[in-house]
Design a protein around this ligand. Structure first.
Ligand code: GAP
Length: 542
């Protein structure tokens, strides 16, 4: 079957998300709210599964990571210490004509003829506007187009019938100073802080301003000491958290990819500074040394090796939930791209239909955050390392992933159109969401072959109740069995169990209490004993 084109594919995915209840536009009946999304029944299950898999692999299956669940609104000083109050901003530009706002770095460079005006006066010359303005149009396009846009600009400034003053033209190459949608000049870029503000308490005063956290990480740093004391961990160890984060993004886009409210899954992994490792181990292992295995932490590891270790861990995890290495790109940020606190950052990118884009960032943050909080709070963030007999502020490796971006990546990765036989064996096209069973919203669907046979319905409900304590089950008796399979294929349910007359023993005792187990991807069916179903399915979905 021919692959759908990129834009077309994304349209199909967005439409399936709504139709099947993965993702809805927030506040849809009021026209929606840009940058906010709601997850329907299947989407909510998918997100829960993502978070559970992450939590399990990051904390429960490890000795050296514990969890935290902190408040969304925290002391505003935290954001001063972290640098968010002063530097967490994007450069934005406004269209001088429509006031539409863009991120400056998202304006595509354009070339063409720019028409400049020093101002305009109205028809009788009684009114004037001295604001300079310019319009960019494609070379060769009629000048009247530029003049029309310029007249609109001066009309907005109160001139009824503007006569344009001192028209001059210039050929421009690769400029980002004009609105690509209408050619109007943009404002100079200015910083726009992305934190969402609110007031805590009954008085809306400057003293009561607080912020909805723009990342979950800072709570981990400020709770470093408390968590260390109660968890009896020793460096190297980590604290992780899953939770909501908010950013007043200038241009939310690509469906849920860049939202204003989203969830993060972050780990802050605290390690010894390289000087301490050097003292203890005699030398600090380097990335260029031959390594026994990056999966096996060593006392000689400094930040470089720990960083590489977490990159590997995270890529392996993505593979374990169905994103193959061929769908991912490991991007090492260049020096000039690094955030002010980072010694190195690796972005794990996913090949979305709209481009290869970031899923997760893994940053080596040094001791920046703990040192800042020590300075701003006046509380020591030092750790006494018994083994090293040294006191220091630990350094940090931070793998930081987005739940919503990952949900979108899994949905894009799962979407597939292929052919399946209908009731009469004729091939028809089907949409199938090939989720890895670990993250699939529903693990198994249970169907009585026919709805109007009470014995089949009764037995199917018994099987449903047998499976329910162990996994998410969907029971469906409505419509032809082929149609029911198709519905579950679209929901991404990896297994289907059908209760038929053989189950009831009508073909002899050998098949009694057996069911057919259908595999979503191969569409193959096998005969399985009911009393073996739970263990067989658990093995396949874990
Ligand atoms: N503590 C580090 C930090 O927050 P980040 O690269 O800004 O780093 C980490 O964010 C991850 O959070 C991103 O890789 C992405 O998955 C997710 N994320 C960030 N901004 C987002 C947005 N506006 N919408 C959806 N997910 C976002």
């Amino acid at each position: 079957m021919a692959e759908p084109k990129t834009g077309e594919l994304m349209e199909k995915i967005v439409s399936l998300c709504k139709r099947r209840g993965f993702i809805f536009q927030s506040s849809e009946i009021y026209g929606g709210l840009n940058g906010f999304w709601d997850y329907g029944p299947l989407g909510a299950e998918l997100k829960r599964n993502i978070k559970e898999c992450w939590w399990r692999s990051m904390t429960q299956l490890r000795e050296d990571v514990v969890g935290l669940d902190a408040s969304i609104i925290m002391h505003p000083k935290i954001w001063e210490a972290s640098g968010h109050t002063s530097t967490f901003s994007d450069l934005m530009v406004d269209c001088l004509l429509t006031k539409k706002r863009f991120r400056a770095d998202q304006i595509e460079p354009q070339s063409g003829t720019a028409y400049f005006y020093t101002g305009a006066s109205d028809g009788q010359g009684s009114k004037e506007c001295q604001d300079a303005f310019s319009v960019l149009i494609a070379t060769g396009k009629h000048a009247e187009y530029a003049r029309k846009v310029a007249r609109q600009f001066y009309q907005e400034r109160g001139l009824e019938n503007p006569a344009l003053q001192s028209e001059r033209t210039d050929e421009l190459k690769n400029t980002t100073r004009y609105n690509p949608e209408n050619g109007s000049l943009l404002t100079e870029p200015r910083p726009f802080n992305l934190m969402l503000k609110t007031y805590v308490g009954p008085v809306e005063s400057a003293d009561n301003i607080s912020y909805l956290r723009p990342e979950t990480a800072q709570a981990i740093f400020v709770q470093f000491k408390n968590t260390l004391e109660v968890s009896r961990q020793r460096v190297p160890f980590g604290i992780c958290q899953i939770g909501k984060a908010f950013r007043n993004e200038i241009n939310p886009r690509n469906f849920t990819f860049r939202s204003r409210e989203f969830e993060q899954m972050e780990l802050e992994f605290f390690i010894r500074p390289d000087e301490v490792v050097q003292k203890m181990a005699g030398s600090v292992a380097s990335l260029s040394d031959p390594q026994p295995a990056i999966l096996n932490p060593q006392p000689s590891w400094g930040w470089e090796l720990w960083h590489k270790y977490w990159v590997e861990q995270r890529i392996n995890w993505y593979e374990s939930i169905g994103l193959g290495r061929e769908t991912l790109v490991e991007y090492w940020q260049k020096k000039e791209e690094l955030a002010h606190y980072a010694k190195a950052t690796v972005d794990i990118l996913f090949k979305f239909p709209f481009g290869t884009q970031e899923l997760e960032g893994i940053a080596a943050r040094g001791d920046f955050d703990l040192t800042q909080h020590q300075k701003f709070s006046g509380k020591s963030m030092e750790y006494f390392d018994e083994e090293a007999k040294a006191k220091y502020v630990p350094h940090v490796i931070e793998p930081s992933a987005g739940v919503d971006r990952l949900a979108l990546a899994l949905i894009c990765n799962a979407y597939c159109e292929d052919q399946a036989p209908d009731e009469k064996g004729k091939l028809e096209s089907r949409v199938v969401m090939r989720f890895h069973p670990r993250v699939a919203p529903i693990k198994v669907a249970v169907f009585p072959l026919l709805k109007n046979k009470p014995e089949l319905v009764k037995k199917a409900k018994t099987v449903r109740d047998l499976l329910r304590p162990h996994m998410s089950v969907f029971y469906d008796e409505a419509g032809a069995i082929g149609r029911r399979y198709r519905r579950q294929d679209e929901a991404g349910t990896p297994f289907g169990v059908t209760i038929d007359f053989e189950t009831l023993g009508e073909q002899g005792p050998a098949l009694q209490d057996t069911v057919t187990l259908r595999d979503r991807d191969t569409m193959k069916q096998e005969r399985v004993r009911i009393n073996e179903l739970v263990s067989m399915l658990l093995e396949r979905i874990r």
